[in-house]
Design a protein around this ligand. Structure first.
Ligand SMILES: *[C@@H]1O[C@H](CO)[C@@H](O)[C@H](O)[C@H]1NC(C)=O
Ligand SMILES: *[C@@H]1O[C@H](CO)[C@@H](O)[C@H](O)[C@H]1NC(C)=O
Length: 379
């Protein structure tokens, strides 16, 4: 086993070395195109190679964004931002490319391997374009990359493992792409502050280490998620402000430990197949402003304490099988209790549908659907 792991690891390193070698080869071959002395410094010369390769990899540029990407002064290219190199002498630090922001440009193309030459890059924003294909392995050499926004493009393939190699990454936005397959559990051990995976074709189960994530915002909506809602999600109590897992096909129960998320402002679990009760522990989320559990199969009564939450201004629980609702829930500024089984309320499900659903016992255990009642029902 150990040799196998070691073998895998050294294979990865060999690949990486090959990748670096390739980049340097490309770099030195392309340098003669513009004479070396024209560049401000070595970092800018490398950036020139990277940006020219990116320009060549862009097959459609309807607004002519890259039309001024000519000549050695890359700091003047539209969408390219330079700053003093953070690892240089602060008094006369060399200028280097710190950001590339091509948001909303409708560019079509791929990301070339040479992007790895932008080794001081802190921000890469490619939001709302038509980039496709996979991410180049060389992206893993951007050890200062802090924000990676690839949202609303056509990237595909499996989860881009290369983002796991980025030691400075804090903001990862992959939403609205065509990524598919599993999401590696170690993603949730990374020191990310924001994680957007929504609107892709990921199929995964939320791992037990989900709660290790220090992120303040996690959006997993509109993917295909199987398995349970792990009780360990309560471990994000100090940091998580927004959790959105809507329309993800989850068949699970809401674990009572969710109530530990005392800093949460937005919780959206709507359009899933959640069963069981809505935990009364949610009443401990003192900062909750928006709670949406609509379009599930939840039952029991709405816990009174939830409707007393001081900041709650939008509580939506329509299209479930709830059977009771404290009257003060109706005083929340925006509420929706339609299509439940609440006696005396208008616009509920037909009594027969309620009776049929509620006659079948359902059990929960640790955020999972259980086949039997839990061993200690009083807990
Ligand atoms: C960058 O562009 C500005 C305005 O277009 C120009 O004044 C400046 O000289 C350019 N910088 C360099 C180094 O070419
Ligand atoms: C309340 O939340 C629901 C769904 O989460 C949303 O559709 C609705 O617009 C919100 N209402 C207000 C007044 O914000």
């Amino acid at each position: 086993m150990i040799t196998l792991l070691f073998g895998l690891r050294s294979m990865k390193i060999t690949n990486l070395l090959r990748c670096y070698f390739f980049l340097f080869l490309v770099f030195f071959i392309s340098l003669p195109l513009v004479s070396h002395s024209q560049f401000l410094n070595f970092r800018i010369a490398k950036a020139f190679t990277a940006l020219q390769a990116l320009k060549r990899a862009i097959t459609s540029d309807p607004n002519g964004l890259t039309s001024n990407w000519v000549g050695p002064n890359v700091c003047n290219y539209t969408g390219v931002f330079c700053a003093a190199a953070p690892d240089d002498d602060p008094h006369h630090a060399a200028l280097t490319v710190a950001g590339v922001d091509l948001n909303h440009r409708d560019l079509e193309g791929t990301l070339p391997d040479e992007i790895g030459l932008l080794s001081d890059l802190a921000l890469l924003h490619l939001n709302s374009n038509r980039f496709h294909g996979a991410l180049p392995l060389s992206l893993g050499s951007l050890h200062r990359l802090f924000e990676l926004d690839l949202s609303n493009n056509r990237f595909d393939g499996g989860f881009p493992m290369v983002v796991l190699d980025l030691p400075s990454l804090r903001f990862l936005d992959l939403r609205f792409n065509r990524f598919c397959g599993d999401v590696p559990p170690c993603l949730f051990d990374r020191k990310l502050d924001a994680l957007f995976l929504n609107n892709n074709h990921f199929t995964f189960s939320i791992p037990d280490n989900f709660g290790h994530s220090p992120a303040s915002v996690i959006v997993l909506a509109n993917n295909q998620i199987s398995g349970c809602l792990p009780a360990g999600l309560g471990d994000m109590a100090d940091t998580l402000r927004e959790l959105v897992i809507l329309n993800a096909g989850i068949r699970a129960c809401v674990p009572p430990e969710i109530g530990r998320l005392r800093r949460l402002r937005v919780l959206d679990l709507s359009y899933n197949h959640l069963i069981g009760p809505l935990p009364a522990t949610i009443a401990a989320m003192a900062e909750l402003e928006q709670l949406d559990v609509a379009h599930n199969k939840l039952s029991g009564a709405i816990p009174s304490g939830i409707c007393n939450l001081p900041r709650l201004k939008n509580f939506t629980y329509a299209y479930n099988f709830f059977t009771g609702e404290p009257p003060h829930c109706l005083r929340i500024r925006s509420h929706d209790d339609r299509k439940n089984c609440i006696p005396s309320r208008r616009d509920q499900r037909p009594p027969m549908e309620c009776a049929t659903f509620l006659s079948k016992p359902r059990f929960c255990h640790d955020g999972c659907i259980a086949s039997q009642p839990p061993p200690h029902p009083w807990q």
